[in-house]
Design a protein around this ligand. Structure first.
Ligand code: UDX
Length: 454
């Protein structure tokens, strides 16, 4: 059993802390936000993440998990301190390391015994060398402090599962001592451990994330070509997936990748390359394709309509993917302002993302249009002239083609996640556009349909 302090209680820090407690370590989660600490002590998770709250309550009740704002005490007593604070992207694509620096300094000024500092946050290659030097520069007591890299590969929505059942644990260390401490901390997880040097560990994180981002952008690029030449991206992906060298995962074309990692990490690696006088052409291409893809539905709808002004537009899904309330880099954030500028009256549905979205777009008039939040998909669709699907939530997938036809004033659907079968939509009489597939061929006149419903 190790005494572990975790700095930062976001997706990375909190999930790591809870999972360390779950496997038997004594964990103290540190955050500067007093209210957040109180909330967690009362058993409430500040983030929406499957299984997290249950494990928080269990490990807190059993005394293995604590929360505090008193970082000095937490760092003083720890055998290992994991840093899981944010490294937000700056306008030039570089990572903002100020939160890491703050924690590093607090550690240096408070540790009283030998201690391993483990950086979980995604940081540019070489940062951990600097963090170690920084801590040594500010160290007050005569103790050994080393820094190790231990990048995180969890996906939001399945964070707890991804941590407890990770495909691999990457540890990057510069000494036998640091390697052994980390090996022992991870021993109870019983997972494959890849032990490399610090810089390689840092690079594994970027190379893995950016490869997946590249894979998605590649499929989106091919999808766009499929539309032009009459191929079907889903059939193409299926055909590709049987080749084990390609694999079956992350082949879904759509409206681009979002979230807290892929957009940031692609830009950060591209920036790192540029700083080193190298042009990372593949990653730049992934970034470019993703930017184009995000507004693909809006562009398609603009081609089809004379105006958005005064139209009731159903927006289904606001978060960057299902299973999370996170809006970071979500396609909805790119499309909603375009629609509002053009006078659309948006009726938005999302099972968990509405509260966060309201902070950016409060309910009511906005731009030339307006935005209303609804609790049921059907309320968004009722009388709508147009529907845009941004997130493949179960609630959205459960809506059958007939419901679109029945409820919408004009059954015109733009699906950024390829949820429906084109033929099913066609048979139900829905004019349906998706990504990398042909559009439905609806016979009859949609205007006539609309006219009957005025
Ligand atoms: C990702 C990585 O999966 C994880 O390993 C890393 O630690 C952090 O970044 P996350 O951002 O939570 O996790 O979500 P993920 O499920 O990977 O999806 C990222 C984005 O890619 C989403 O916007 C999703 O919609 C999109 N995506 C994913 C596709 O467009 N197509 C796919 O086939 C898969």
């Amino acid at each position: 059993m190790f005494k572990i302090a975790v700095a930062g209680t976001g997706y990375v820090g909190l999930v790591a802390g809870v999972c360390f407690a779950e496997v038997g370590h004594a964990v103290t989660c540190v955050d500067i936000d007093e209210n957040k600490i109180k909330l967690m002590e009362s058993g409430v998770s500040p983030i929406y993440e499957q299984d997290l709250e249950g494990l928080m309550q269990k490990n807190y009740a059993e005394g293995r998990l604590n929360y505090t704002t008193d970082y000095a005490k937490a760092y003083r007593e720890a055998d290992a301190i994991f840093i899981g604070v944010g490294t937000p992207e700056q306008p030039d694509g570089s990572a903002n390391l100020s939160y890491i620096a703050t924690v590093a300094r607090q550690i240096a000024e408070n540790v009283e015994k030998d201690c391993l500092v483990v950086v979980k946050s995604t940081v540019p290659v070489g940062t951990n060398d600097k963090v170690e030097q920084f801590i040594k520069d500010f160290l007050i007591n005569d103790v050994k402090v080393e820094v190790a890299s231990n990048p995180e590969f969890l996906a939001q929505g399945t964070a707890v599962h991804d941590t407890l059942h990770a495909a691999r644990i990457i540890i990057g260390t510069e000494s036998k001592w640091a390697e052994e401490v980390l090996m022992k901390i991870y021993e109870p997880f019983n997972l494959p451990i890849v032990s490399v040097n610090r810089r390689s560990a840092e690079m594994i994180k970027y190379a893995s994330n950016d490869f997946l981002a590249l894979k998605i952008s590649y499929m989106n690029d091919i999808a766009n070509l499929c539309e032009l030449v009459g191929a079907d991206i889903q059939d193409v992906a299926k055909g590709m997936s049987f080749d084990t060298r390609i694999g079956a995962k992350f082949l879904n074309a759509g409206i681009g990748y979002g979230g807290s990692c892929f957009p940031k990490d692609t830009k950060a690696l591209e920036y790192l390359a540029r700083q080193n006088g190298y042009e990372l052409k593949t990653i730049q291409a992934a970034i470019d394709v993703n930017k184009y893809q995000k507004t693909k539905l809006f562009k398609k709808a603009s081609d089809r309509l004379i105006t958005f002004n005064g139209l009731k537009v159903a927006v289904l899904g606001l978060t960057f993917k299902p299973g999370t309330d996170d809006l970071r880099e979500a396609p909805s954030l790119e499309n909603v302002p375009l629609l509002l500028e053009r006078g659309a009256n948006i009726f938005a549905f999302d099972p968990v993302g509405v509260e966060n979205f309201k902070k950016v777009y409060p309910e009511g008039k906005s731009g030339q249009g307006s935005i209303t939040y609804v609790e049921k998909v059907e309320e968004a669709l009722e009388g709508a002239h147009l529907c845009l699907i941004f997130t493949e939530w179960g609630e959205v997938k459960a809506i059958t083609p007939e419901v679109y036809k029945k409820l919408m004033r004009v059954p015109l659907v733009y699906d950024g996640r390829n949820i429906y079968d084109v033929k099913d939509m066609e048979n139900a009489g829905v004019e349906y556009y998706s990504i990398g597939r042909k559009s439905s061929e609806v016979s009859g006149n949609l205007a006539e349909v609309a006219a009957t419903r005025v």
